[in-house]
Structures are given as structure tokens and as C-alpha cells.
Design a protein around this ligand. Structure first.
Ligand code: NDP
Ligand code: OXD
Length: 314
């Protein structure tokens, strides 16, 4: 069967269009490829993006599949004109999940092992041998979101001896991880988290889930890590919860406004660690593989994989 040569729109930074085009050709995809500055809307079959400009996808009348460069698709679904009849395939990748798990582990260990305080002691040539970590098996890590990334992170922490639980929408059975599911179980889940790690998708149900009320449900002195989306946190509630001693501190990789404005007090608070949405980055090779395989599947009439459930929001 002969198939028409497809046309692909790459909504990646203009300076990256060349490397994407070359990598797709190297992967054997015979396609017309355009960047955002040179395309005819009626010619586009497939689009690749992370946060497309609102309204743009709707302006492509022959669009067949949308590929998300990121694992999170909130940047697509925030568009009120998102064409809901077009399948949206999201990026799911082992190396992305591993990098996320590394980020989570790094920031838990920095706190668990008092590394920041030990750095301060070194600056004063002080032998701080009394700064011993709490027993790992007595340290309870709770993960909001036991999906692709949450499960890899949870397993890594279990292997290192932490006591791990996870919260999901539907019931999960992951060995060694206590599962809490559904909105009704959230309070009981939070009540037993010394570390709370957010790895949820951003949906109407999860927006603002980290707020003064949920912080108050944690044990006093809990530590919060958000590597999911800025919209999960009510940013104005973080510093008051730390100053009240309810939170020991927070590590935040993602923010409502990115880059985080220099006026944000989060940058300067001694108990807040800010990183620039860098917990994990989608690599070119696996991203190209997802797009090329997805286009081939679509052209052969085979089912697509990792299709987002638009009604659910992830
Ligand atoms: P998945 O879709 O695989 O997992 C999502 C998990 O969240 C599932 O366990 C799901 O439950 C749970 N969940 C969703 N809604 C609810 C709810 N209302 N109540 C309880 N649980 C809920 O996503 P990934 O693991 O692939 O990615 C998670 C997020 O990580 C992305 O959406 C993205 O925002 C973020 N991310 C951030 C990066 C960074 O660099 N900072 C990089 C990559 C991703 P169930 O299993 O029952 O469906
Ligand atoms: C993602 C991200 O969702 O990079 O993959 O944030």
C-alpha cells in the first residue's frame, strides 16, 4: 500500500528545527517538515509541541495526531480551542522517569542527610558529627501520583529502605508501596508523610492541591517537593507554612509563572530550594522515536500508544 508523504509541523524553538528534521530523516521518516515560521495550515498532518500557542492547533484543518514533547499535557489542554477530536500522544520514556526519580532522591537525601547544614559546618571548619540522619526505615515518603514517574521514584526509594506510600486516583498494587486512592483517602495519606513529593498531572482536580489546608494535614515539620507543575502549589501558602514550622522546607522545580520572577520571595527563602524546571528534560533521540513510530502507526492504521484521555485530563 502506498501512503502519501506526510507533512509535520515542529513547534520547537526555531533554532532546533534543523536538528529535529535531520534526526527524523535519520530515523527513516520521509516527510515534509516545517518550523513555526513557514507552513501552510491546510497541509499539516502531524504536530509536535510542548505548549502550543492557544488557537494554533484548531487552525490546522487536516491535523491527524498531536505529539506532546512532555509527559505533562496541561499546556495543550489549557487551550480553550484544543481540538478534542484529534488524538494527543504524550511522551513516556524510561530515561525521563529515571531522571525524575534521581531528582526526587537527590532532594530527599539532601534533607534526610542534613547535607545543607553539613556544608555550613564545613564553611566554619566545624566537625558536626552529631548531625545524624533519622533511621531510613522510619522516614515516610508519600508520593502524590503513582503513574509512570511516581512508580519509578517510589521503587527507587523502597530499594534504599525508605517507607513509601503513594496516592493515585485508582487503586494500585505496587509491591512494597502502601497505596491510598481517591479524594477520600487524601487526608489519611498526608497524615503519614514526612516527605511529600508531587508527581501528579495538572488537571482541574489537582490544581492547587498543595495549599495551606493540605500542608496542615501533614505531620508538623514535613518537607515538600514539587516536580510536577507550578499550578499544583498555592505559592503564597509555602513561606507562611515554613515560618509557622508546619513545613521544614520545600524544593520546587516548577512554578505558576516560568521563569520564576526575580521578585518572588521563594528565590531568597533559606528553607526553599528553587530549580529551573529541570528535574528531567525530554531528550531528542527518544522524542524523535516517539514521533516517528507514532506517525508510522497512524499511517498503517495501527492503534497509537500513550494516548491522553482528554476527558480525564492526563
Ligand atoms: P501519569 O499519567 O503516568 O501518572 C499520573 C498519576 O497521577 C497516576 O497515578 C494518576 O492516578 C494520578 N492522578 C491523576 N489525577 C489524580 C487525582 N485527581 N487524584 C489522585 N491521583 C491522580 O503521569 P507521569 O508519571 O508520566 O507524569 C506526571 C507529571 O510529571 C506530568 O504530568 C508532568 O506534569 C510532570 N513532569 C515534570 C517534569 C519536570 O521536569 N519537572 C518532567 C516530566 C514530567 P491513576 O494511576 O489512578 O490514573
Ligand atoms: C514534562 C516536562 O512534562 O518536561 O515532560 O515538564
Amino acid at each position: 500500500m502506498s501512503v502519501r508523504k506526510p507533512t509535520v509541523l515542529l513547534l520547537v524553538p526555531v533554532y532546533r528545527v534543523g536538528e529535529w528534521t535531520a534526526a527524523m530523516a535519520e530515523a527513516g521518516l520521509d516527510a515534509f517538515v516545517h518550523g513555526r515560521d513557514s507552513y501552510a495550515p491546510e497541509s499539516i498532518d502531524y504536530v509536535l509541541s510542548f505548549r502550543p500557542p492557544p488557537g494554533l492547533l484548531k487552525s490546522l484543518p487536516k491535523l491527524k495526531v498531536i505529539f506532546s514533547l512532555g509527559a505533562g499535557v496541561d499546556g495543550f489542554l489549557a487551550d480553550p480551542e484544543f481540538p478534542k477530536h484529534v488524538p494527543l500522544v504524550r511522551f513516556v520514556d524510561e530515561s525521563l522517569s529515571t531522571e525524575m526519580a534521581q531528582y526526587v532522591l537527590l532532594h530527599i537525601l539532601l534533607v534526610h542527610r542534613s547535607q545543607r547544614a553539613l556544608d555550613d559546618a564545613q564553611k566554619e571548619s566545624r566537625w558536626a558529627q552529631t548531625m545524624l540522619p533519622r533511621r531510613t526505615q522510619d522516614t515516610r515518603v508519600g508520593i502524590l501520583g503513582l503513574g509512570e514517574i511516581g512508580t519509578v521514584s517510589a521503587r527507587l526509594l523502597v530499594e534504599l529502605g525508605f517507607s513509601v506510600s503513594g496516592w493515585s486516583r485508582t487503586r494500585k498494587n505496587v509491591q512494597g508501596i502502601e497505596n491510598f486512592s481517591g479524594a477520600a483517602a487524601l487526608e489519611a495519606f498526608l497524615a503519614q508523610c514526612d516527605f511529600l513529593v508531587c508527581l501528579l498531572p495538572l488537571t482541574p482536580d489537582t490544581r492547587g492541591i498543595l495549599n495551606a489546608k493540605t500542608f496542615a494535614m501533614l505531620p508538623k515539620g514535613a518537607y515538600v517537593i514539587n516536580a510536577a507543575r507550578g499550578g499544583h502549589v498555592v505559592e503564597a501558602d509555602v513561606i507562611p507554612a515554613i515560618e509557622a514550622g508546619q513545613l521544614a522546607g520545600a524544593t520546587l522545580d516548577v512554578f505558576e509563572t516560568e521563569p520564576l520572577p526575580s521578585s518572588s520571595p521563594l528565590w531568597r527563602h533559606p528553607k526553599v530550594t528553587v530549580t529551573p524546571h529541570i528535574a528531567a528534560i525530554s531528550e531528542l533521540g527518544p522524542s524523535v522515536k516517539m514521533v516517528v513510530e507514532g506517525i508510522r502507526r497512524h499511517q498503517r492504521g495501527e492503534p497509537l500508544i500513550n494516548v491522553v484521555d482528554i476527558a480525564r485530563g492526563y
